[in-house]
Design a protein around this ligand. Structure first.
Ligand code: ARG
Length: 458
């Protein structure tokens, strides 16, 4: 077999090993960035005086032809193609003859593949950033639509205090905002060009690495050739970013699954984002959100997989690093579907104000009653205890807090006056929390405004 490295070999590779070793099956998708890297590298060799003008021209013609073949889907892979890099090189030989052999002057597949991954990542990360923004924008729109809707807020999944539906939904805006910021941050480190690092020791032909990096759209170059060929932090960072994002998405999905159940009925997923049961005709299952919830599992798994591969690897390139691609591509593909589906589910979500209203129980206003006593000068700990007795009384009598007679409350604390009943309204409760990040209408409106400004990049 015509391998790139066959010079010192007398024996053909074992067939099983060949299959085991080959990465073409999954690194095919790097075809376009691989060719882009080669075009830039051919030019760099020309600028360094290693190739003459004609040679550069011939190489570029051949590479451009290959790029066309890839985009038209006419590129024919050969059984001897070990990976995308060897496939491109083989084809280049077929197209332009021996000049093709000059392209790899001073370049190794080690700096080549590191460059390809980064170029590919930069493209996809930008697409994913857009999809994440679309999720944020659907959150903002839905929150805005339902500013006045009040619902139970939960801790420990027990009814805790009333909140605005919009406030709950916006809580996810901020999770996704942090995800977006993490993405922008890791993008900076991804945007450094390793090309010119060679196999591990650098480039002996004096190429201008900075010009090469600029040509490829990188913002800078890597500083150490040994680090450059062994570094997969950009992949690890992407996988860990995606795992955290996946965890956020799974929590949103879980809330929506729970709340769309018959027992809650707070929201309804649009029919086209649910599926039926093959047995029970009445079912309308939230499969979209169940899968979003489950995808966190593979996103976390992909991170753990690659961390485990890289842990304890000896310096610079080891073939183990070829195992970076499948988890990375799987994670990117997973998010490419998960994010738009999430955005759509939110955009088409029906909010059932009445069900939320009905689920509000006056016990959730107990904290407001304690706050009332605090304003009458009672220390909070004591107020908490006194209101505990009020709650007990309401349970014993089977009466909501607002129906307890004043005299009975005054027996618990003389600080109770007739104005206490003013606090026992859900609207009053959310409005009382008029601080930045609170549930009052004006606070939520300000939150919305800040969110919108961030989304517009201001
Ligand atoms: N297919 C390889 C990878 O993905 C390309 C680099 C191979 N380098 C080498 N020295 N064998 O990592």
């Amino acid at each position: 077999m015509g391998t790139l490295w066959g010079g010192r070999y007398t024996e053909a590779p074992d067939e099983l090993l060949w299959e085991f070793n080959a990465s073409l099956r999954f690194d095919k998708r790097l075809a376009q960035v691989d060719v882009r890297g080669s075009i830039a590298y051919a030019k760099a060799l020309g600028r360094a005086g290693i190739l003459n003008e004609d040679e550069v021209h011939i190489l570029l013609r051949g590479l451009e032809q290959i790029a066309r073949e890839f985009s038209q889907g006419s590129f024919a892979f050969a059984p001897t193609d070990e990976d995308i890099h060897t496939a491109v090189e083989r084809r280049l030989h077929e197209l332009i003859g021996p000049v093709a052999g000059k392209l790899h002057t001073g370049r190794s597949r080690n700096d080549q593949v590191a460059t390809d991954i980064r170029l590919y990542l930069l493209e996809v990360l930008d697409e994913l950033a857009q999809s994440l923004r679309a999720v944020q924008s659907s959150i903002i729109a839905k929150a805005e639509e339902h500013l006045s809707v009040i619902m139970p807020g939960y801790t420990h999944l027990q009814p805790a205090q009333p909140v605005r539906f919009s406030h709950w939904l916006l809580s996810f805006f901020w999770m996704f905002q942090r995800d977006l910021e993490r993405l922008q941050d890791l993008r900076k480190r991804t945007s450094l060009c390793p090309l010119g690092a060679g196999a591990l020791a650098g480039n002996a032909y004096g190429i201008d690495r900075e010009a090469l990096a600029r040509e490829l759209g990188f913002t800078g170059v890597t500083e150490n050739s040994m680090d450059a060929v062994s570094d997969r932090d950009m992949v690890l960072e992407t996988l860990s970013w995606a795992a955290i994002l996946g965890v956020h998405l799974s929590r949103l999905a879980e809330d929506l699954i729970l709340w769309s159940s018959a027992e809650f009925g707070f929201v309804q997923l649009a029919e086209r984002f649910t599926t039926g049961s093959s047995l029970m005709p009445q079912k309308r299952n939230p499969d979209s959100m169940e899968l979003v919830r489950a995808k966190a599992g593979r996103l976390i798994g992909n991170l753990v997989q690659l961390l485990t591969v890289i842990k304890g690897l000896p310096s610079t390139y080891d073939k183990d690093l070829q195992e970076d691609k499948e988890p990375l591509f799987d994670t990117l593909d997973t998010l490419k579907m998960t994010l738009p589906i999430t955005a759509q589910v939110i955009a088409t979500l029906q909010v059932n104000q009445e069900a939320m209203q009905n689920a509000l129980d006056e016990a959730m206003l107990a904290t407001d009653l304690a706050d009332y006593l605090v304003r009458k000068g009672i220390p909070f700990r004591e107020a908490h205890h006194l209101v505990g007795q009020v709650v007990l009384l309401s349970e014993q009598k089977g009466l909501p807090l607002s129906k307890l007679p004043l005299e009975e409350l005054q027996r618990i604390s003389p600080a109770f006056g007739p104005d206490l009943y003013d606090t026992l309204h859900f609207e009053a409760s959310v409005e009382a929390r008029n601080v930045i990040g609170g549930t009052a209408l004006s606070a939520v409106k300000k939150q919305l405004q800040r969110a919108r400004m961030l989304l517009q990049g201001k």
